[in-house]
Design a protein around this ligand. Structure first.
Ligand code: ATP
Length: 263
């Protein structure tokens, strides 16, 4: 495997004034190999989505460097940033809220290509849209002209995946994409993501609270706590032999949550 992403000393604070500013990410460093599936876990509010949004160019870090696929993204702006932004896509937790209700499915899947200006030919764009819909098992003939409210939750989440895929990314940040789906749909989405990982070698940074889910799905886990990655390693060893005191508490809490769900 070769290196795809290296994040070094990432910092981010929110707040308007210096006085109000609260640091969310203090010093986040980690790396990811081509085609690797890495889970990012941490308590609620730890900054997991913030890491994802920065990688997907939806937000800017305050400090730190991001090296991606042979290029230093840290200070890239404008067109150059867009070229790399298409290689890092994001799928979101909420299949209801993340799609505009007034757009048809074909337009929703085409939108990232228009934003990134990566395919100028309308006929080729249409082909890319159809290809992406087929990859997520949504028959374009049946679904392209529908609106999001005419789809089930699982189908809507697959539209989210198609929107990411249409850009042919090398990395997808998955921000709790299964948390609003029921168990069978959750499994269906994971099977789909795994298939795309195998077929195209797409790497995932998989943000989740669901420790059980990471076991069969993520090759490695990163644990975010107080603005830093405090633990990382192969999934089974992080879960079975956690190192950092916070990881021990987090794994215990998440296991308790899992057990209470099953009661
Ligand atoms: N745009 C923003 N302005 C101000 N504060 C923000 C903003 N976005 C996030 N935050 C704050 O930053 C912290 C980290 O948020 P983030 O969404 O990254 O956490 P998270 O680990 O993904 O949480 P969860 O697991 O609950 O989704 C939170 O305290 C949140 O309130």
């Amino acid at each position: 495997m070769s290196l795809l992403l290296n994040v070094d000393s990432l910092r981010k604070a929110y707040g308007q004034t210096k006085k109000e500013k609260t640091a969310v990410l203090e010093d986040v460093s980690f790396s990811l190999q081509c085609g690797e599936i890495v889970g990012l876990i941490g308590a609620s509010g730890a900054g997991k989505s913030t890491v994802g949004r920065i990688l997907a160019s939806l937000e800017q870090q305050d400090a730190g460097t991001i090296w991606f696929d042979g290029c230093d993204l840290t200070d890239l702006t404008g067109k150059k940033r867009r070229v790399f932004a298409k290689d890092i896509q994001m799928i979101f937790q909420d299949p209801y809220g993340s799609l505009s209700s007034r757009m048809r499915i074909s337009d929703l899947v085409e939108e990232p290509l228009l934003i990134q200006k990566s395919e100028k030919d309308p006929a080729k764009r249409r082909m890319r849209v159809e290809e992406a819909l087929e990859l997520v098992s949504l028959d374009p003939k049946k679904y392209a002209m529908r609106f999001p409210h005419e789809l089930s939750g699982g189908e809507r989440q697959r539209v989210g995946v198609a929107r990411a895929l249409v850009c042919r990314p090398k990395l997808i940040v998955c921000d709790e994409p299964t948390s609003m789906l029921d168990t069978s749909l959750r499994l269906e989405l994971l099977v789909l993501l795994k298939k795309l990982n195998k077929q195209f070698g797409i790497a995932y940074l998989f943000i989740t609270h669901d420790i059980a889910l990471t076991k069969g799905f993520c090759q490695r886990l990163l644990v975010l706590y107080e603005g830093r990655i405090v633990d990382q390693g192969e999934t089974d060893s992080v879960i079975e032999q956690p190192d950092h005191p916070f990881t021990i508490r987090l794994i215990e809490a998440l296991k308790k949550l899992e057990n209470s769900k099953g009661e």
